[in-house]
Design a protein around this ligand. Sequence first.
Ligand code: FAD
Length: 358
Amino acid sequence: MTGKTKASIAIAGGGLLGRLLAWRLSRRDLDITLFEAGDLSASEGGACWTAAGMISPLSELVHSDKRVYQLGLQSLELWSDWSRQLEQQSGCKVEYRRAGSILVAHGKDRSELLQFLRELQGKLGESAGEQVQPLDVNALAELEPALQSFEQGLYLRGEADINNQCLLPILLTILRQQGVNLRDHSKVSCEAGQISLASGEEKFDCVIDCRGLGAKGQVEGLRGVRGEVMVVESREVVLQRPVRLLHPRYKLYAVPRSNGRTVIGATEIESEDLSPISVRSSMELSSALYSLNPAFAEARIVETRVNCRPATMDNLPYIHNEDGLVRVNGLYRHGYLLAPAMVEQVVNQVTQQRLQVV
Ligand SMILES: Cc1cc2nc3c(=O)[nH]c(=O)nc-3n(C[C@H](O)[C@H](O)[C@H](O)COP(=O)(O)OP(=O)(O)OC[C@H]3O[C@@H](n4cnc5c(N)ncnc54)[C@H](O)[C@@H]3O)c2cc1C
């Protein structure tokens, strides 16, 4: 009689967390199955496809808990290492860039920059000085020549960004190479040791639920927070790194990609509406972009995307662990910022469970 020799793990949700977890766990002696409701090859479904891919612990610290910042610092280190590994294994660029980010405000909104700096100093104490550099007009022009209309800014050293449109397909390629059992078009629900599909139930030694907002029915307090991004293409304006515009009403981030495109966004709406971007949001984002550099007026809008960030009531991520079931969720607007640190914790918890092969 032949029995199975490896512990079996089911991962529900082939978004950011699901792919990263499947990759890290498939490097161990485990039998991994990844279930995804949509199509794993299509650039749609999870919030991970919509995201701008900023990994920005300092920018986020002003509005979030210090734990998010600390997990973000761990993730930054892991991304540097993981992006190298992914590139070596796939032979493709993930476009991970660690060139810091820049914050600017128009002259009349200068107090926004000051307030931001004060809040960071309040939260970080003396170490703020090493991580945040005030920029005068010359320093700004040197770092980011396209921002010539601004007289001052802040440089947040060490922040990074990753091109999700490169990363997610690369992860899929590697999962195939590593023999992960890929089951897309499979909408599932998760219980301890069991995955339920329309066709019936399947047993596993451990189930990991990474369905993001798709877990809503099974996770109390989970909610979606709508976000919209536009992708513009410009021949005239080239940014070197993510830029944020601080403004009392029209906040903007602009994340340049290597192909002349820039992802812009910042909307955050308490709604789970997935309908296309509104006229109001597109006008506000466009005018904020135009105010960064008027040459953006001739940029072409090549894509718009809408999705919901999976968030808990306190906007903090969580890992729930019981025998045969791990639920990891609530990455909110911090998926790329937090995913590697969360994935490391889940991998440790799962492998320490000493899974019984049944
Ligand atoms: C507009 C916008 C901009 C963002 N920008 C950033 C940013 O710059 N930096 C940052 O750190 N974060 C950003 N985020 C947040 C980030 O995208 C999320 O935090 C992250 O994607 C969450 O990862 P996840 O794997 O938990 O969920 P998701 O990425 O949503 O993946 C969940 C997966 O589960 C699948 N699924 C759902 N239900 C089921 C089911 N029943 N069965 C099987 N599969 C199922 C889904 O199809 C999906 O593929 C942004 C989000 C949005 C919307």
